[in-house]
Design a protein around this ligand. Structure first.
Ligand code: KIV
Length: 263
């Protein structure tokens, strides 16, 4: 049986850590879920790792639909989340809904939308119409041109307060999960305590309910810039399956991320 949003909420309520990885195709979808991964994120990071782009900005809705279908075909158990690529959620709530429908009908159980409280109306519109949404705050790669690079967010008191407020507003707007990227561990702990929905961290410390990393980073095959929040699980592993199983084990037992993987 496929993992649902309810399953993830139950895991969160009981304190069981949730393991997530990005995934873009059927073969890896099957391998990852058989190695214990709970959530397969069809991330727009495919722009970087599959298409060789410097940013995620050129990824299209058609790209996301294609890869979501591939992941869905290869999996029977995992919860599938798909990113809404740049330009497809920064439009009216109605248009965003129409775009999100295409990802849900391709096999996603939830869409992920970058943006804090400015996206609250959109998140409310979608969730009231049956589309589960994960809000992505902190470092938002689609806003790289506004942020001036891939920088840690929430370091000043004002920024931290803003992120906490964003998180609360998104939960109230109906977000089913909250992803926090590259923010201080102390802040993500505070946000996780405050919310009832599961939080997912990437470079956000060990106290998030779930952890996610980019698959090609943990397999050590991405030649681009390496972030301190990732780890190469192929080091010392005999196979890809073993590397992924070790990642899942470390997430579930809170051995990953370590302090040095965070900010
Ligand atoms: O696209 C992606 O891989 C993501 C992760 C960085 C969380 O959104």
């Amino acid at each position: 049986m496929r993992i649902t949003q309810k399953t993830l909420q139950r895991m969160c309520n009981s304190g069981e850590k949730i393991a997530a990885l990005t995934c873009y195709d059927a073969s890896f979808a099957s391998l990852l879920e058989n190695s214990g991964v709970d959530i397969l994120l069809v991330g727009d990071s495919l722009g970087n790792v599959l298409q060789g782009e410097k940013t995620t900005l050129s990824v299209t809705l058609d790209d996301m639909i294609y890869h979501t279908k591939c992941v869905f075909q290869g999996s029977v158990k995992a919860f599938i989340m798909a990113d809404m690529p740049f330009g497809t959620s920064q439009v009216s709530p109605q248009k965003t809904f129409e775009n999100a429908v295409k990802l849900i009908s391709s096999g996603a159980s939830m869409v992920k939308i970058e943006g804090g409280s400015v996206m609250a109306d959109t998140v409310r519109f979608l969730s009231q119409r049956g589309i589960p949404v994960c809000s992505h705050i902190g470092l938002m790669p689609q806003s790289v041109n506004m942020l001036g690079g891939y920088k840690v967010q929430g370091k000043s008191i004002n920024q931290a307060n803003q992120l906490l407020e964003d998180a609360v507003i998104m939960e109230k707007a109906g977000a089913g999960m909250l992803l926090m990227e590259a923010i201080p561990a102390t802040l993500s702990r505070k946000i996780t305590k405050k919310l009832t929905i599961p939080t997912i961290g990437i470079g956000a410390g060990v106290d998030c309910d779930a952890q996610v990393l980019v698959l090609y980073d943990i397999l050590g095959i991405y030649s681009g810039k390496k972030s301190r929040f990732t780890k190469n699980y192929m080091d010392g592993a005999r196979s890809i399956n073993q590397a992924v199983e070790n990642y899942v084990k470390e997430v579930k037992s809170k051995k990953f991320p370590k302090i040095e993987n965070g900010f």
